[in-house]
Design a protein around this ligand. Structure first.
Ligand SMILES: Cc1cc2nc3c(=O)[nH]c(=O)nc-3n(C[C@H](O)[C@H](O)[C@H](O)COP(=O)(O)OP(=O)(O)OC[C@H]3O[C@@H](n4cnc5c(N)ncnc54)[C@H](O)[C@@H]3O)c2cc1C
Ligand code: FES
Length: 267
């Protein structure tokens, strides 16, 4: 992990509220793994407003160009600032951060990646990484509507099996991705499962996997301050039966963002 400055190669608007920013950084490209994130200063040089850096998952890495990308939705002051930057501008960031997803490769396995909304961002990098390691990938993505139409082209480029669901039926099959998982749960018993999405999706998946005694991992988000495990501002509750409360507090930034979904207490 390092404090870095990187040149923006592109900052493309993908839909009304969603952008993809590509940043030149040989250090991040060399050292990151899927599931990790960067903490970006979202204000101009000399300005401290907003004071806290904003965390974004590493969404893609292109080794040959030494660039990585983030995919971000505009939420407030920091993401609005990012959306106004252009190619040639510099961004100040810390990374790569977090525990990430280590894949040893070797024996060929089946992987199920379940993404909800902007949760597809880190899973795209994971899918690409798994393809490079010659693993079988099934990407199941769920959206509210058709605002992520472009994503299908990206999945096609990876040449993996995928299914898309939207709540209003305007993209892919109508319905929730968690319903598909529930209906076909027997098919996934021997899969390695990774999820990223909203807490409602995690709640649904957690109960499906618990009943069926299937293990799955999920990338969690919390509002962050330091980003390196010091301030304890980003804690979540993780089950621990040896503790008298039945749980421990774990930092999303350092102990996570990847956790065993079965162990997280979602409130
Ligand atoms: C590990 C990690 C990875 C992330 N990866 C991505 C990503 O790939 N793409 C992406 O678009 N976003 C991602 N986020 C969320 C992103 O960090 C927030 O959207 C961003 O910090 C908002 O900053 P802002 O200044 O624009 O909004 P603010 O002005 O700070 O807040 C606007 C609204 O967004 C809410 N908000 C702020 N931070 C978060 C947060 N961390 N989680 C949920 N709600 C928040 C606030 O409560 C408020 O309602 C990630 C968060 C974490 C912790
Ligand atoms: S943000 Fe400070 S401990 Fe996680």
């Amino acid at each position: 992990m390092k404090l870095l400055k990187g040149e923006i190669i592109s900052n493309d608007k993908l839909n009304e509220n969603l952008y993809k920013m590509t940043i030149f950084s040989p250090y991040v490209v060399k050292n990151c793994i899927p599931g990790q994130f960067v903490n970006i200063k979202c204000s101009s040089e000399g300005s401290l407003h907003p004071l806290l850096r904003r965390p974004f998952s590493i969404h893609d890495v292109e080794q040959q160009f030494k660039v990585f990308s983030i995919l971000y939705t505009i939420k407030g002051i920091g993401t609005k600032y990012l959306s106004l930057l252009s190619s040639g501008d510099l961004v100040d960031f810390v990374g790569p951060l977090g525990n990430g997803i280590k894949i040893s490769g070797g024996e060929k396995k089946d992987y199920l990646l379940i993404g909800g909304g902007i949760g597809i961002a880190p899973l795209f990098y994971l899918a690409k990484y798994l393809v490079e390691k010659k693993q079988n990938v099934f990407f199941a993505a769920g959206f509210k509507n058709n605002s992520y139409l472009f994503f299908e082209k990206w999945l096609l480029s990876l040449k993996i099996y995928y299914e898309i669901f939207s709540e209003d039926g305007s993209h892919g099959e109508k319905g929730m991705v968690s319903n598909m998982v529930s209906q076909r749960i027997d098919d996934f018993k021997n899969y390695e499962i990774f999820c990223c999405g909203p807490l409602e999706m995690y709640k649904a998946l957690q109960s499906i996997f618990l009943i069926n005694e299937i293990k799955a991992y999920a990338l969690f988000e919390e509002i962050m301050a330091c980003g390196v495990g010091v301030c304890k501002g980003c804690v979540i509750k993780v089950k621990n039966n040896e503790n008298k409360n039945g749980f421990d507090y774990k930092t999303v930034c350092k102990d996570g963002p990847l956790f065993n979904l079965m162990e997280v207490i979602i409130e």
